[in-house]
Design a protein around this ligand. Sequence first.
Ligand code: ATP
Ligand code: MG
Length: 657
Amino acid sequence: MTQTATDSQQPRTYPPPAELAAGAVATAALYEEAAADRLAFWGRQASELLTWDVQPTQVLDWSDAPFAKWFADGELNAAANCVDRHVAAGNGDRVALHWVGEPGDTLTVTYADLHEQVQRAANALSDLGVRTGDRVAIYLPMVPEAVVAMLACARLGAPHSVVFSGFSAQALRDRVDDAQAVAVITADGGYRRGEPAPLKPAVDAALEPRDGAESTVRAVLVVRRTGGEVAWTEGRDHWWHEALESSSPVHEPVSVGAEHPLFVLYTSGSTGKPKGILHTTGGYLTQAAYTHRNVFDLHPETDVYWCGADIGWVTGHTYIVYGPLLNGTTSVMYEGTPNTPTQDRWWQVVETYGVTKLYTAPTTIRTFMKWGEELVSGHDLSTLQVLGSVGEPINPEAWTWYRRVIGGDRTPVVDTWWQTETGGIMISALPGVTSLKPGSAQVPLPGISVEVVDDEGRVLPAGHEGAGYLVLTEPWPGMLRGIWGDDERFRDTYWSRFAKEGWYFAGDGARRDADGDVWLLGRVDDVMNVSGHRISTTEVESALVSHPSVAEAAVVGASDPTTGQGIVAFVILRESAHDTDPAAVGKELRDHVAKEISPIAKPRQVLVVSELPKTRSGKIMRRLLRDVAEDRQVGDVTTLADSSVMASIQAGMQSGK
Ligand code: ATP
Ligand code: MG
């Protein structure tokens, strides 16, 4: 691995702001406690953060590894923990959601409102025949009913499978079939980019008999959002509002064992076919509450928290729904895209609601950088106290921009590494404790154990130059309990890469700097090999993004007759650089990378593009770019956000030859 610019320049670090540190919920003592007795530490978190119907006496049962059991003899209900107990504690009037619709309509949902809605919805589902253990697919836009629907399922102990509402009928059917869902909760449509977009037709198409087989779905609940015309299948389809109105507002939550399935969620599909990740109740909720509280320094009485993700991916599950509600948080929930009606929509929302904690993805931050900071400067963002990032490595350039422009040069930025499989954040700074280092996810949270290892599984020491593999060396409460219906794939994908029993292979490359801080280097499948040097996609991309003309970059290794692989870079220019000559930009960027990293990392080719292929959750799909760079037919694009992107990149590649 080549040296990074960040190493040679000794990155600047940012100590916690004194005021934040003084009142922070997490202190350095948390690390000591977890190091002294990890399982006792988790046991304490579970009993203090959750309300159990039957207190667990066991913490971890790892006897059937890699199938873990956490808090196995405890019993609880997820929805009661998210809602009922706050109402019972006298906080029913607290706002749970400040919901903002894309067309400008808004709704305030208190904990008492949620309580009533969730009970009615649970009764409605139950009347439609949904039983404890049945799977329910949720295919909804970012409306409050999505939260209610998830909690109603949880109240019944019916695992939900949320499918991103931008996915096709085909993708929905694949997921419905895989989980054998008995019901679907959807809407007539939703608003995206200023237009109502129909949803129900995709559900109708998805539930048609396929290869002669009927779908497993018996009931469809339809939320009215856009008021558009919908086709109706009598007996199967029911309006959500009618079903809720006619249902009792009282529902006794079903107490389930800690290991009862809470949900199945399919991964983003960045590297291939999505996997149905199974999460269970007690452990997942413990980690959701613990990480949300400590990483965001959450003070439920005063904070206004906003996670800009979609409920269709895991960040939405853990950090829009379960984590915030378990902690009794007031959250903002936004329906639409950041540029509708104007590119400063997010900053209007932050200003209007006085948002204190904001959590988003590097792709969104880089988009804001591309649009320019003038859009931000007209807004008062002084309420913000902590900013979070998730989904991809955040380039130091984007990190510093986020802190300076959005965070007013004051706020900590926590870069949080985790996966659908981990259920919650695993590696992150604690904003009141850690001195921050832009570009590094830094340290495992108290209670989490990670190592960076080489090909043979030997632990690489801090300061080791080469790229290694990130492994999680001890089980954690929020860990996946399997891949739905595929134990073999579960073992193969995560548990068999290294001979060491119980090591979880994350699939991400990493290294540890001299301070021991972890740097994520991109997916192992994406690491490039140029003339025998292993070069990380993340490092080359960060070097490109550090150039003032570049807003976003994706690099891939394409097979090369002389060097094994040659680096091909795809870049999006900042709006301010749009008039520059592409050939000149190409040369300048190649030289820039050579200077920032090393001549070996110099891209063979730089292609200026207007968009990059991304998953629905905003992650760059490098495997598709590799197909283009190697002149192959482009692979599976079902999880791609915008399918026209690949055609335009291919055309650009052809004309660039
Ligand atoms: P699939 O597993 O189907 O290919 P995916 O890995 O993109 O999809 P997710 O579980 O949504 O699905 O994403 C987890 C991955 O996102 C991590 O393994 C890592 O590659 C990346 N990631 C998430 N957060 C960070 C971060 N803070 N820094 C670096 N990488 C991150
Ligand atoms: Mg993954």
